[in-house]
Write a protein that binds this ligand. Structure first.
Ligand SMILES: [Zn+2]
Ligand SMILES: [Zn+2]
Length: 383
């Protein structure tokens, strides 16, 4: 029985001592194992995971290890559970926790900083200077600590956002993605009402960057990409104009749409040499670029153009400065419909199939969600 000292439980939500969790073996090898249900410490809760979305970064972790890091090295064969975009129900409270109650539905952000370093003190806990040091309180669930492809996980209270009753489980898993988009716009200055915003790359973060920018009043909001189906979803999420870069010159079109000067803000979510250079050339003098994708190799950029035009470039990691809670506020108000990017649902036991759908984009998959609830109905719908 699960009854750790100092941890508060409720008879309404019994917690077993053991849980099912996927663990990473060798690269691309996952096993469904029994693990002890983890124990929340001070300022932490135990979350019963109800749904978890698959992210492209999960696919990278499972295949290549990075950017996950366990005990200072690659995460293979360390009994590590990946998965980071989850939501669930608070099932137990660590000592002295009174900020949340058992039974509350919550979505999570990935990073809990150490809370004591210079960056954490600035709200930049995704860039914690004690990154990976769990003994100092840092957690990045699914990267440096156990994540969401399991029945339960530990979360710091600062990483939780309450899920309104009007929001379904799958939609709530998308809050951290919208939070990453929100963080990008936050780092660019946040005041985007009336400013022109271009989003490059209609992946999940790019599509929700369109939605968040539009909800914050940016105008026009322009989305570029190569896949017409994805661009059409971008239109539904609020893009005033989409540009298929295979058919049109993105820099020329952005300049036309912005009175010949270029965009105030560009959020680059594709991470290729070509698109990073497009971002540089479509930003106006004194404008700002957010780099939200990791290129896989060094890229050559037109640095002289950046310098001569006083263009600012911001790299972002994850979802700092409580951006996830701000994204949740917009989603709770139904300011945009993030479920437009949710395409498939599978049961937790079918994780390998779910990962294949996400990796191979089977049936135009965008966000594939794995659930611990209503799994039968959900997976039937996905077939
Ligand atoms: Zn992610
Ligand atoms: Zn820190």
């Amino acid at each position: 029985m699960y009854a750790p000292a100092g941890v508060r439980l409720s008879a309404d939500l019994p917690v077993p001592a053991q849980m099912k969790a996927w663990v990473l073996g060798n690269p691309d090898e996952l096993f469904l194992r029994d693990k002890p249900v983890p124990v929340p410490g001070r300022a932490e809760v135990l979350v019963r995971i109800d749904a978890v979305a698959i992210c492209a970064t999960d696919l990278e972790v499972i295949h290549g290890g990075s950017p996950a890091s366990i005990q200072g090295g690659l995460p293979f064969n360390k009994n590590f559970t990946p998965g980071h975009e989850y939501m669930g129900t608070v099932a137990a409270l660590g000592p002295e926790v009174d900020e949340f109650g058992i039974g509350e539905r919550v979505s999570v952000e990935i990073h809990a900083g150490c809370g004591q370093c210079k960056r954490c003190r600035q709200g930049m806990y995704t860039s914690c200077l004690n990154y990976g040091n769990a003994a100092k309180g840092h957690r990045a669930n699914g990267f440096t600590t156990d994540g969401g492809f399991a029945e339960y996980a530990i979360n710091h209270i600062n990483t939780l956002a309450r899920v309104p009753a009007t929001m379904g489980d799958a939609e709530a898993t998308l809050v951290v993605t919208a939070g990453t988009s929100m963080y990008g716009l936050t780092e660019l200055g946040g005041l985007v009402a009336g400013e022109s915003v271009v989003v490059i790359g209609p992946g999940p973060i790019g599509l929700l960057a369109v939605a968040v920018a539009k909800a914050l009043g940016a105008s026009p909001v322009i989305l570029t990409g190569t896949r017409n189906k994805r661009l059409a979803i971008g239109r539904e999420l609020g893009a005033d104009r989409v540009i298929n870069i295979a058919d049109e010159n993105a820099v020329d079109v952005v300049k036309q749409l912005t009175g010949g000067i270029g965009a105030d803000y560009v959020v680059e979510c594709a991470g290729t040499e070509a698109t990073v250079n497009q971002a540089i050339h479509m930003t106006n003098r004194g404008g700002k670029i957010c780099l939200a994708a990791f290129p896989h190799a060094p890229v050559t950029i037109d640095l002289a153009h950046l310098v001569k035009n006083n263009i600012y470039v911001y790299g972002i990691r994850g979802e700092g400065r409580s951006a996830t809670r701000r994204a949740m506020a917009l989603m709770a108000e139904k300011r945009f419909d993030a479920t437009k990017i949710h395409t498939h649902t599978f049961a937790l036991a079918d994780l390998p199939t779910a990962l294949r759908y996400a990796r191979e984009r089977v049936d135009d998959a965008i966000k594939v969600v794995v659930t611990n609830r209503q799994a039968g109905i959900a997976s039937a719908a996905a077939e």
